[in-house]
Write a new protein. Structure first.
Length: 739
């Protein structure tokens, strides 16, 4: 299709809007921007714009919106993936006099006002998330009218439409259905900075469903302002020490990305202790705290945000001076998207990757997280065949899958038309659904290829190719060429020195064991449907006290040591699913992951000393008077040795371990609360000998010892049995928590 420039009349009008938008009287369109505007405004076409971060994709849809509104068109509907992106876009639109509003979970109290403004034609752009398209109220009350009046549909971060994309979101697939409902001739714009040829072809095919032609505007992806590098250090403490010593040397303010929430929080704490003004930014923050952190970075009130991918697509700080990754994203495309935050409006910005050996296990989970399991889907659809609305909590009693995964499964089934979201939950549509094993296998192979490519990107300087050219080639950019700036082209631009004082401080922080193990306070909804006749709050006489663990498996320091000790169980716990084990040889970072059986060896002296430090810092109301072990099938020597070792350290009697009944606990790590409880209910009991030993002591506090606390239901049931057998308190202690 033609990508002709606009007519002279449109050029003048468009340029005037652009200058209002940017606040610059000398602003000019970048190459391709005016062609995209012309395709939308003059020819009412569908356009896919693939351009580097900072090129100005938002300018295309805001300028087009202003021009279309002047011609009498209805409001623009902009589907955008993140609240941070929405806020930036609303602010940018206001500068050009464009009235933009959002409908999201963050402004639920304003929805009626937004609806009134839409009815009065007082809105130029309505921003919604793709998930909003599944909301029954929005779908029934707002969407039909919006579609009928829509002057322009914009799909931002359009790579999310494709399950080949690095950030596929199932709800984005609803956009194809939405396209089919638009009045003929409604212009459509899809934008992204991170799409290779496979993704571009897939998105263009979906945009052109029904035989509609699509204009593709694609430009070079090189970022001249970025100086890329990879620094390989042998241990997590060396990486943290390097960051603490050198983050102050990096230009301006920036982002330090981590792969897990725990790593973000721990890294931020260590950097603050080293005197740096930083904040953690993760998906656990509420919206107000996220916004405050974003503004602190924009206003240069902090040196950095230490963030997970929650601070991703669309965050806009034009003068961001650096991006550092502690751990690598799972693909070069995803990495390009994240480092694209830096250097938009400055001549030079530094980008550095510090890979870690734990990255592979985390990749494995992300590679499969959007893939539904056939047995889970079959269980859900079978239960929903009754035609009633099912809540997510109720569905947890028919499929042994954690809530986040269950919700993702429901989204996949919904976009495939098998279920629909209704008031009160989800309901089957009655349409047949077939598990597309071939497609999921193809996507899995693609993910694995992306992981291999990321391993290649992170090679040492003397083995790698130009970093920027590598990323361009990963995005199928035909203009890829050596950049002349990265550590491969020009030599390392960063110091590899880890000062001894910084190393000592990092070691002290990472060697500091101890995290709280919060007790369960409520029985899971629907447990009675799995044969467990409990509900509501756990009775006071059956509750555990707040407990302790040495570390979370997602933690740096002791978390990594415990992952090594616990083998596959430990690595799987890091990412809440069955991920393969990873060799922790620090010199083999990015080697092929190795599946290992879990270790079953008695605890060594270093581990017992760490446990002793946790016990010594435990502010319990009443000291335990005895130690009991949870029975373990996989690591009996470790758990028994740990319990006996702690008893010896505290000069306490070791009373033995609880007994198993009915074949012992069923199921494994992962899954949801209802199934995990059913798998241990009445399967862990106080045997006769242990009961007699407890009775001889009287009602005393007991330290209950296990290796790994995943769902915490094993500890809860074991502790309840001890309470019912006469223990006055039960203090749970585990080597590790999964999250």
């Amino acid at each position: 299709m033609s990508t002709a420039a606009p007519t002279s009349e449109l050029t003048a009008d468009a340029l005037a809007v652009l200058r209002e938008l940017t606040g610059r009287a000398d602003a000019e369109f970048r190459e391709g921007q005016d062609a995209a505007v012309a395709a939308l405004v003059e020819r009412s076409q569908r356009a896919l714009v693939v351009q580097r971060t900072g090129w100005g994709k938002s300018a295309v849809y805001f300028v087009s919106t202003a021009l279309l509104r002047r011609r009498g068109a209805g409001p623009t509907l902009l589907v955008s993936p993140l609240l941070a992106l929405m806020r930036d876009q609303v602010a940018a639109a206001a500068r050009a006099g464009i009235r933009a509003v959002e409908i999201s979970s963050a402004n639920a109290t304003e929805w009626d006002d937004v609806a009134a403004r839409l009815a009065a034609d007082d809105v130029d752009v309505l921003l919604v998330s793709p998930e909003r398209l599944t909301n029954p109220r929005f779908r029934e009350e707002q969407l039909p009218g919006l579609v009928a009046r829509c002057g322009l549909l914009v799909v931002d971060e359009a790579h999310c439409v494709s399950d080949w994309g690095h950030d596929f979101r199932p709800d984005y697939r609803r956009i194809r259905d939405l396209l089919g409902t638009l009045p003929a001739g409604t212009p459509v714009l899809a934008t992204t900075a991170t799409a290779n040829e496979r993704v571009v072809a897939d998105v263009a095919e979906q945009l052109g469903a029904g035989g509609v032609s699509v204009t593709t505007v694609r430009g070079p992806l090189a970022r001249d302002s970025l100086r890329l590098g990879v620094l390989r250090l042998p241990t997590d403490r060396a990486r943290l020490a390097w960051l603490a010593a050198h983050v102050g040397d990096l230009p301006g303010s920036g982002i330090v990305y981590t792969l897990t929430v725990a790593a973000a929080e721990e890294t931020a704490a260590l950097l603050r202790d080293a005197g740096h003004e930083v904040r953690a930014y993760t998906g656990r923050l509420d919206d107000a705290d996220r916004k405050d952190a974003e503004e602190a970075l924009r206003g240069n009130r902090v040196k950095a945000l230490v963030a997970t991918s929650a601070l991703g697509m669309g965050f806009d700080k034009p003068d961001l001076g650096f991006v550092v990754h502690l751990g690598a994203p799972s693909s070069p495309v995803s990495y390009y998207q994240q480092v694209g935050r830096a250097g938009r409006a400055v001549e030079h910005a530094d980008v550095l990757l510090l890979p870690g050996p734990e990255d592979l296990a985390i990749w494995q989970w992300f590679a499969t997280s959007s893939m539904p399991r056939e047995d889970h889907a079959a269980a859900v659809l079978s239960a929903m065949a009754d035609g009633r609305a099912w809540s997510v909590a109720r569905l947890e009693t028919v499929a042994d899958v954690r809530r986040s995964r269950l919700e993702l499964l429901l989204k996949v089934l919904a976009v495939d038309g098998a279920v629909e979201r209704v008031q009160g939950g989800w309901r089957s549509t009655g349409r047949p659904w077939v598990y597309d094993a071939d497609r999921y296998a193809r996507v899995t192979r693609t993910r694995e290829a992306e992981q291999r490519a990321m391993i290649a990107y992170a090679r040492p300087v003397d083995e790698a190719q130009c970093r920027m050219a590598f990323l361009q080639e990963a995005l199928d950019d035909p203009t890829a060429a050596p950049c002349g700036r990265c550590d491969v082209c020009a030599g390392p631009w960063y110091s590899a020195e880890v000062p001894p004082a910084a190393a000592d401080a990092a070691s002290a922080a990472l060697d500091r064991p101890g995290v709280e193990l919060a007790p369960r306070a409520q029985w899971p909804t629907g447990a009675d449907r799995l044969g467990v006749s409990v509900k509501g709050k756990i009775a006071a006489g059956e509750l555990l006290e707040p407990g302790r663990a040495v570390a979370r498996l997602t933690d740096l320091g002791w978390g990594q040591r415990l992952r090594t000790l616990l083998g596959d169980d430990g690595v799987g716990g890091v990412v809440d699913l069955e991920a393969p084990g990873v060799e922790e040889d620090p010199d083999a970072a990015f080697d092929v992951p190795v599946r290992r059986a879990p270790s079953d060896v008695p605890p060594d002296e270093e581990l017992l000393r760490a446990c002793a430090r946790v016990l010594g810092a435990w502010d319990w109301a009443e000291r335990p008077a005895a130690v009991v072990a949870v029975p373990s099938r996989r690591r009996p020597r470790l758990v028994t040795g740990l319990a006996q070792g702690l008893a010896g350290l505290g000069r306490l009697p070791y009373l033995g371990e609880l007994s198993t009944a009915h074949g012992g606990p069923a199921g494994g790590p992962g899954g949801n609360s209802a199934f995990r409880l059913a798998g241990v209910w009445q399967r862990i009991v106080v045997g006769a000998e242990l009961r007699d030993r407890l009775a001889a002591l009287g009602p005393v506090p007991v330290l209950l010892v296990d290796d790994l606390a995943d769902s915490r239901w094993t500890m809860t049931v074991a502790g309840r049995e001890l309470r019912l057998a006469g223990a006055s308190r039960v203090l749970p202690f585990a080597l590790a928590l999964t999250a």
